[in-house]
Write a protein that binds this ligand. Structure first.
Ligand code: AMP
Length: 143
């Protein structure tokens, strides 16, 4: 299954924030949107990094509650692993597993065009496995 196909049903909205936003502001967005990571972009929408709930927990664990006043840029990951629309769900799973993260932004022509989370991976992989199983059952019944 391609990423393009997943985005056709999932949608292409990516919730972003600019790097000067504080960890408190980012936490408020994560909580209200019920998500685990924000993609950090500049004013032109160029990808600068990713900041997840784990980064916020790490910052508070290291610096205490005062870390909530720090800008996103101080705690985000700048080397973002991305995926292209033409690539597959399996390639996304491999990348998440290798990098030990749960979010992969989708790029098209260098622009942000979607995001695949671990929740999406589970949902679409499960649907794919169910389809494979029923195809196998039909095949066995036919022989
Ligand atoms: P997560 O599992 O997505 O909450 O992220 C765990 C750690 O990996 C955090 O430090 C994130 O900033 C970082 N991270 C999340 N997604 C990516 C990604 N696509 N590329 C690189 N780092 C990431």
């Amino acid at each position: 299954m391609t990423i393009a196909r997943i985005l056709t049903t999932k949608g292409r909205e990516v919730i972003t924030a600019q790097p000067h936003r504080t960890l408190l502001e980012i936490s408020e967005i994560l909580a209200s949107r019920r998500i685990g990571a924000l993609v950090i972009v500049d004013a032109q929408g160029k990808l600068l990094g990713i900041l997840s709930e784990r980064d916020i927990v790490r910052a508070i664990g290291q610096r205490g509650a005062q870390a909530l006043d720090d800008p996103a840029s101080s705690h985000m990951t700048s080397e973002v692993v991305t995926i292209a629309e033409e690539e597959t769900l399996l390639a996304t799973i491999e990348r998440m597993s290798l990098g030990r993260f749960r979010h992969v932004p989708v790029l098209k022509d260098g622009r942000l065009n979607g995001l695949i989370s671990i929740g999406d991976v589970v949902k679409y992989r499960l649907a794919e496995m169910e389809r494979e199983q029923s195809a196998l059952r039909e095949y066995i019944a036919a022989v």
